[in-house]
Design a protein around this ligand. Sequence first.
Ligand SMILES: C[S@@+](CC[C@H](N)C(=O)[O-])C[C@H]1O[C@@H](n2cnc3c(N)ncnc32)[C@H](O)[C@@H]1O
Length: 214
Amino acid sequence: MDILDRYIAEHSSGQTDALAWIERQTNIRTNHARMLSGAVQGRFLTMLTEMIRPAKALEIGTFTGYSAVCIASGLPEGGHLDTLEINDELEDLILEGFDRAGMADRITLRTGDAKETLQRLKADGAGPYDLVYIDANKREYCTYYELVFDMVRTGGYILADNVLWDGKVCLDPLPGDRQTREIARFNDMVRDDPRVESVILPVRDGLNIIRKKC
Ligand SMILES: C[S@@+](CC[C@H](N)C(=O)[O-])C[C@H]1O[C@@H](n2cnc3c(N)ncnc32)[C@H](O)[C@@H]1O
């Protein structure tokens, strides 16, 4: 953590005991702890959710449930979050975290490939969602966006994480790896989509905040 990140963390509200537990377990039980949103972005997600007041929210990419708990914590009374995760080995850890956070009744974990789960949710008439958080496979961001778009209500928000990809999306020439290329394509696609307005904020690895106008 650099000096500015430390200052920001020390001067923002801290995380709850349940979130600290999820963070600790993620470090102990997985090899990918850096994928977790963390305290500052987590608090930002909670606050955005409190501002948007979604009746229905959707997350694509649960990992160990940290951001899901942050979003669920900001939901209004009766609000609900569907969260999609492909890795079924994480299920026990995710569900225990939801339980410890007192959020189990506000969140439904749907295990499987999000692309298939989204098709199924659409066929079942799920939504409309007021808030969608995209944070799964970086090589599939455009696909998630296209699949989910019709399920978002007009005036609703799509948030996409990691859209600066460690600054690689700004390099010229663009690096050849598929993650960088897809995220750059996603940012271009959103900017050029007349149905939305958007702003990228440099929070952690970049958050694209997208509002569906029509
Ligand atoms: C960056 S992590 C999510 C972090 C989480 N949102 C947080 O902040 O705590 C990305 C997650 O997406 C999952 N994932 C990748 N491809 C997926 C897919 N096609 N469908 C559902 N989940 C997927 C990965 O298994 C991983 O757990």
